[in-house]
Ligand binder design. Structure first.
Ligand SMILES: Cc1cc2nc3c(=O)[nH]c(=O)nc-3n(C[C@H](O)[C@H](O)[C@H](O)COP(=O)(O)O)c2cc1C
Length: 188
């Protein structure tokens, strides 16, 4: 399978990147192709809300010609997609959220007859790291993710919240095991 991973932390060797590297190593060891995208050095403008993209369901008809277009093309060309984000103020990092918002141009007619998605059928996963517990902290991100897979018409293929982060070298073996399990569920 072709898998695209979308790192939404600025910290290339941070907690999210470290857990993600375990996921990616496992995917590669299972024989899959992994394309890792570091969103922080990409130019991804926020959605303009112009709705021009909604006029064409068959392509990414976004008026903003920045790096989001190429990334979305790679998402469409993949079999599975993994969003990886730190939790920032109970939500996705800005780098991740900008791409999620631009994903508006891959879906038309949400909650209407004729709902279509260029990501239909792709396996989608979510990895989040945060300092605090899941409860009263991370629920919103995972609720968003559940809605997002419905929006994409794509199966949810696994999610993982890693709580209690401090430094990457303090991540436990138990977290590594969960990362490996996420990799396996991503590819079904
Ligand atoms: C601006 C900012 C906001 C944060 N907000 C939260 C939060 O709402 N909940 C939480 O549990 N951790 C929060 N954290 C902690 C990070 O999510 C946590 O350290 C994460 O593992 C960082 O991942 P990284 O090393 O990949 O950047 C925040 C950190 C920063 C810098």
């Amino acid at each position: 399978m072709q898998i695209i991973t979308l790192l939404g932390s600025a910290r290339k060797k941070g907690n999210t990147a470290s857990v993600l590297s375990w996921v990616e190593e496992e995917l590669k060891s299972l024989g899959h192709d992994v394309e890792h995208i570091y969103l922080n050095n990409k130019s991804i403008g926020g959605c303009l809300g112009c709705f021009k993209c909604q006029e064409n369901p068959d392509e990414i008809a976004c008026v903003q010609k920045d790096d989001a277009i190429d990334i979305m093309e790679q998402m469409i060309a993949s079999d599975a997609i993994l969003f990886a984000s730190p939790i920032y103020f109970w939500g996705f990092s800005a780098q991740s959220k900008a791409l999620i918002d631009r994903g508006f141009s891959m879906v038309t007619n949400y909650q209407k007859p004729g709902h279509t998605s260029l990501l239909k059928g792709k396996r989608i996963g979510l990895l989040v790291t945060g300092e605090d517990s899941y409860e009263e902290n991370a629920e919103g991100m995972f609720t968003t993710f559940d809605r997002l897979v419905g929006y994409y018409l794509a199966p949810k293929a696994g999610d993982l919240y890693v709580a209690g982060t401090s430094a990457p070298d303090a991540l436990s073996e138990a977290v590594r095991e969960k990362a490996l399990a996420l990799a396996r569920s991503l590819v079904g």
